[in-house]
Structure formats: structure tokens, C-alpha cells
Design a protein around this ligand. Structure first.
Ligand code: GTR
Length: 328
């Protein structure tokens, strides 16, 4: 906790010191330069789409708004970044809604296991009334919701043996994101959930501190987890949308005209990112196979689906929303 506060204070000092430049005539010039945090490295499809977002914002605001993208966790791990954006020390970020739902509680409904039939179903929800509702909802916590990104579907990958049945997960130490719902889900599936930040996963797999983790193809590859976990078992337990958010404090400094441009560009980038994601997903499957990873598909997921049913009962307040989502 103290470490987090200290880090936040340091970031503010650096930021305040960094947002003005002295010109030759001694005048201080303030620039409309903002920072955007991304946890993924530059070759991840999501980072490629972030880059397109910042490029288009600069182009369409004719240079009035410049956003510098910091990939590869340079500005910190996801949950820290979310906090920092909340109080305006970081201006923009793209994050998974799993850690964000620790702050915007109701968002948890969007990451319930086996909630969507497929990707199209999830996109009908995000592109409709419910998606708009949640983009707006984040305002209560100091964020501006700009647009959604795809993150495919998450499945387990393990070091020693593949997961073919629910029984194979029993007792395994599986990394979970910094999300209480994800922890509940892993435990409902019979494994021990070990909460770690994304950056800790590789070394924890390497040292055997965990037996496995779960993620989509793109992250499995670009975080190099495929070097250590040689079994990828497609159980597709969860689809977790991702979101681009800005700090409300940052947004308040931007003219209304430019705010509208940023919002429009973010919405348009969604389509670009989705297409990129689909294309890369196919290529990445081959990369995974070439790395000697065995991919096994769990055809009958019914025991997995049944095992996570109690999680739905933990959230009676979501009942109506879940119905609505299922009917999309
Ligand atoms: C990825 C996601 C990241 C991060 C990561 C994780 O799929 O894009 O934002 O949440 O998973 O597992 O921590």
C-alpha cells in the first residue's frame, strides 16, 4: 500500500515536471502532450491498434493533441495504471476490464465465465445499449470510457500436462489476474488461484511457482509464456473485453471539439483492432504450434460450465443484466 502511494507521488512529480518546457526566451510553454499506458509489448495486436489510435488522434486534431504510447508496462502494471489514470497521473490507457471491475464493480457482469456464446455475441452486447451504458458508467470513478477492444477468448496453459477434463485442474496452482471474480472462477474450477500481476507470470512459470496460467493466443505468445508452458488447452472459459479509458482530469483540459474527435477515433479504432485481432489469431496459432506447444481442444465443455454456475449465484444483483446479455 505504502509502496503504491509512494509510486503515485513519484509519478505525479515526474509528470508535473515533465509537462512543460522552457523555450529559448525563457517562457514556459505548455504542451498538449499526454501519456498512454499499455501493458503489452509493441508486437501485440492491441499495441499495434493503440499506435493507430494515437496516430489518428494527432492527425485528426491537426497536432493539437499528442499522445505518447508507453508499451510493455513502462508506466507500471495494469492495476497500478488504473489507479494512476483515476487520479490523473496517467492520461490514457488500454486495459482489460477484469482489473478495472475491481473499481467499477458492476462491470464484473461482462466477464462472467461462459457468458457469451461466441465473439459475435459479445460484440452485439458491447456495440449496443449495454456497452454504451458501461462506457458511461466508468465516469463515476473518474474515467472517460472511449471504446472497446477485442481480447478473444481465454484458455488454460500448463507446464506438465494438458487439461483435458475438469479433474486435470484439481489442485493446480494457476495464476489469476488481479480480479476477485477471476479468482472465484479459478477456484470454482477446482484449481488454486494465485493472484499475480501480468509481469510476474513468466518467471513464476519458469520457477514452477505456478503450474499454469490462462490467456488468449496473442498474450501467450507475446509474453513468451509459450517458451515455458507447452500445453495449451482450449476450454474457452472466459471472454474479457478491453477498454480504452482516459482520465476525467485529462479530458477536462481538452477542448470539447478535440474531446469529440478523440471519442470518434476511439470508436473507429475498435473495428480496426477487431479485424487485426482476427487475422493475427490465425497466424498466432501456427506460431504456437511451431514453438512445440500441444494445443488440445476440449469439445465437451459441459462440466466446466456447470462448475462455474455458483459464481452466477454470487451476484443476484446482476440477474436482470445477465438476462439482457443472454438475449442479445
Ligand atoms: C491480456 C490482457 C492484458 C492483461 C493480461 C493479464 O489478455 O490484454 O491487458 O490483463 O491479459 O492476464 O494480466
Amino acid at each position: 500500500m505504502y509502496k503504491r502511494i509512494l509510486l503515485s507521488v513519484l509519478v505525479i512529480i515526474v509528470l508535473v515536471a515533465g509537462c512543460s518546457t522552457k523555450q529559448e526566451d525563457g517562457q514556459v510553454k505548455y504542451e498538449n502532450t499526454f501519456r498512454m499506458a499499455e501493458t503489452h509489448p509493441s508486437n501485440h495486436p492491441t499495441t499495434i491498434a493503440d499506435n493507430e489510435f494515437v496516430r489518428r488522434v494527432e492527425e485528426e486534431t491537426e497536432g493539437r493533441i499528442k499522445i505518447i504510447l508507453y508499451p510493455n508496462k513502462e508506466l507500471g502494471e495494469e492495476s497500478e495504471v488504473i489507479d494512476q489514470v483515476g487520479f490523473g497521473a496517467i492520461d490514457f490507457t488500454r486495459v482489460s476490464i477484469a482489473p478495472l471491475s475491481e473499481i467499477v464493480e458492476e462491470m464484473k457482469v461482462l466477464l462472467l465465465p461462459y457468458l457469451y456464446e461466441d465473439g459475435d455475441h459479445m460484440w452485439r452486447v458491447l456495440n449496443g445499449e449495454i456497452g454504451d451504458y458501461f462506457l458511461d458508467k466508468v465516469k463515476e470513478k473518474g474515467y472517460v470510457g472511449l471504446g472497446w477492444f477485442d481480447a478473444g477468448v481465454r484458455s488454460f496453459y500448463t507446464i506438465d500436462k494438458p487439461i483435458k477434463t475438469l479433474d486435470d485442474l484439481k489442485g493446480l496452482n494457476i495464476r489469476v489476474m488481479e480480479s476477485s471474480l477471476m479468482l472465484d472462477m479459478i477456484e470454482a474450477l477446482g484449481a488454486n488461484g494465485i493472484m499475480l500481476s501480468y509481469g510476474q507470470v513468466y518467471s513464476s512459470l519458469q520457477t514452477g511457482a505456478i503450474d499454469g496460467a490462462e490467456n488468449n493466443f496473442a498474450s501467450f505468445v507475446t509474453a513468451s509464456h509459450l517458451e515455458v508452458a507447452k500445453y495449451y488447452s482450449v476450454d474457452e472459459h472466459v471472454r474479457i473485453p478491453e477498454i480504452i479509458i482516459a482520465s476525467e482530469k485529462t479530458f477536462a483540459k481538452i477542448s470539447l471539439e478535440d474531446q469529440e474527435i478523440i471519442k470518434r477515433v476511439a470508436k473507429e479504432i475498435t473495428e480496426y483492432q477487431k479485424e487485426l485481432w482476427e487475422k493475427r489469431d490465425l497466424e498466432l496459432k501456427q506460431v504456437i504450434l511451431d514453438a512445440g506447444v500441444e494445443i488440445n481442444y476440449i469439445e465437451d465443455k459441459s462440466e466446466f460450465i456447470k462448475a462455474v454456475e455458483p459464481i452466477y449465484e454470487d451476484y443476484p444483483e446482476f440477474k436482470e443484466l445477465i438476462e439482457k446479455i443472454k438475449n442479445q
